[in-house]
Design a protein around this ligand. Structure first.
Ligand SMILES: C[S@@+](CC[C@H](N)C(=O)[O-])C[C@H]1O[C@@H](n2cnc3c(N)ncnc32)[C@H](O)[C@@H]1O
Length: 282
């Protein structure tokens, strides 16, 4: 029986997965008040996301609360290449628990502004609680879809996004909207999952694999071509890191899917990569 993989079903599956992770982190943060530091809430459940300690230099994240670093769900470090300047307006597409927004907030300073956009209400609750905990007033979190960004044309200096666009069923709309809200000369700095060639049909069809950042990943060339078609120029892939089958086996959903469907994760070796790229609205 084939699954209903309509854009609405995909959004529901993604919201359910990330809402559940946010809820666990909120609960862990409450427990941490009386029982010691919160642990990462997500090991094994967070798709191909890596721990904050793997993604960010220690000096960059050492003073962030556990409730931020414990729910880093990215696959790169987009602010590291964004060259953010004091006073700039930054938009984070799919901000999750807010880690990249908080790193950006330091760089743009009191005269700058960071907007985190997310469609999962529990993630927004968590991100807002995390901002309050740090006393930040240059960061705000807005509810909305990256395919329909609730901001005016030409209003943002820099867009960042970490492991989110692969989750969208309409990547053309995401890039079109990103281009629309960027000011002329604005920059896009993205970390995301892409593939090299096609994945087995069994994986692509599976909603849990979509929510785990695998099934929705596009072939890298197709991804870059969609960006060009939206108008982005000077696109440069700065980093590319392939996932090994051992790393994929750490993803509970993928492991379960492989066991159910008799799929060898070794068949996916060197087929899925995390890339970090820059592009410009000229
Ligand atoms: C893999 S997590 C990444 C979170 C964050 N960028 C980080 O690095 O920790 C994906 C996030 O994107 C959000 N998201 C996914 N698809 C979205 C969409 N179409 N519109 C808005 N938010 C979306 C999810 O709710 C979730 O919080």
């Amino acid at each position: 029986m084939t699954q209903d993989n309509s854009p609405e079903k995909i959004k529901d599956a993604v919201k359910e997965k990330y809402g559940g992770l946010a809820e666990k982190q909120l609960a862990a943060a409450q427990r941490a008040c009386c029982c010691g530091p919160a642990q990462s809430c997500c090991s094994g459940e967070a798709g191909l996301a890596e721990s904050a300690a793997n993604l960010y230099p220690t000096a960059q994240i050492s003073d962030l609360p556990d409730s931020v670093t414990g729910i880093a769900l990215g696959c790169g470090n987009p602010t590291a290449i964004a060259e953010l300047q004091p006073g700039e307006i930054i938009l984070d597409l799919g901000s999750g628990g807010g880690i990249d927004c908080f790193l950006a907030a330091r760089q743009v300073g009191a005269d700058g502004r960071v907007i985190g956009l997310d469609m999962t209400p529990k993630m927004l609750d968590l991100a807002r609680a995390n901002a309050k905990k740090q006393g930040l007033n240059n960061v705000e979190f807005q509810y909305g879809y990256i395919e329909d960004i609730p901001l005016p044309d030409d209003s943002v200096d820099v867009i960042i996004s970490n492991c989110v666009i692969n989750l969208s069923a309409d990547k053309d709309a995401v890039f079109r909207e990103a281009f629309r809200v960027l000011k002329p000369g604005g920059r896009l700095n993205v970390s995301d999952i892409v593939t090299q060639g096609d994945l087995p049909e069994i994986v692509v069809e599976h909603l849990s694999a979509w929510a785990g950042c695998v099934a929705g990943a596009l072939d890298e060339e197709i991804y870059l071509e969609k960006m060009r078609r939206a108008g982005f120029a000077s696109i440069e892939v700065i980093n590319r890191k392939f996932y090994s089958s051992d790393m994929m086996a750490a993803d509970d959903d993928l492991k379960k899917l492989a066991a159910e469907k008799n799929l060898s994760l070794a068949d996916l070796d060197q087929k899925i990569a995390s890339i970090t790229l820059k592009a410009y609205k000229s």
